[in-house]
Design a protein around this ligand. Sequence first.
Ligand code: FO1
Length: 310
Amino acid sequence: MIDRAESDLSVVALAGGVGGARLVDGLHRALPPGALTVVVNTGDDFEHWGLHISPDLDTVMYTLAGLSPEDRGWGIDGDTFRVLVEAERRGIDNWFQLGDRDLITHLSRTAALARGDSLTRVTADLCKTLGVDRPILPMADAPRPTRIVTQGGEDLVFQEWLVKLRAAPAVREVRHEGTCQTTGAVLDALTAADLIVVCPSNPYVSIDPILTLDGVSNLIRSTTAVAVSPILDGKAVKGPLATMLPQIGGREPSAESVAAHYEGLLDGYAVHHGDSFAGTLPLLETNILIQSSNDRLLFACELIEFARSL
Ligand code: FO1
């Protein structure tokens, strides 16, 4: 039970890509300054054109900076792609669409990492230049790349599978390589949290990379934790989750299947109207399709209210 006053509440959101960023945007406007810390998946990070790309960190950062396009969710709204067009003209790989304004983020990050700064520090510096004053923490400073093993036996870098191959090859397994160590900043934030929110992100490729870091799941179990379903009426709000659930877990694409994936971690779960299911997990049944700015704020307020009632 959360027995702290609204003004002293400490909330940590675990987030992946676009779905996570939308809820984080609502939470950041619903909560008082200083109350929210966002821990972001870096399993999607990869190298492209010699640059360190952190797609989920950037999606959250641009969303909080008010720069994200509403429809697509990633990159910078109204960005141009002149460099990408030039790459194509020269026969350089351009399957990953880096916008011209977006490029400065990747250039700065890559240069700072090469100088020896940690990803945590680089992210804080990038946030500062964009006027984002909420702490956005990478889940780890060392690489933990997500790999997709297809049913055909190929072992692929996540972004190559998702973007280059349009998530077409059926998935046998999701692997997390590299570090199991999170950062001191993440552990401190989780330890101090009154409430942990698992955002409506893909559990396999956005949330599991965070949950499987040493110490994280235990801290979540010892705190009030709520999740928001990334599946509505059998469909993923965004991305390939609806096909991954049967392929990997042998489960039907439903809010209930995602709750089963998080078994033992949650104290409450938010599902879309009509997606409720039997069981002991307290449910918040509401509109979880949070596309517009207003819907994000309303839902975040409802979710905090719900968590406080648990
Ligand atoms: N997603 C795509 O589907 N196609 C792209 O070309 C693409 C480029 C891109 C560039 C920068 C960035 O920060 C994100 C980008 N994304 C793109 C989104 C991203 O790859 C995925 O949505 C996430 O990794 C999923 O969590």
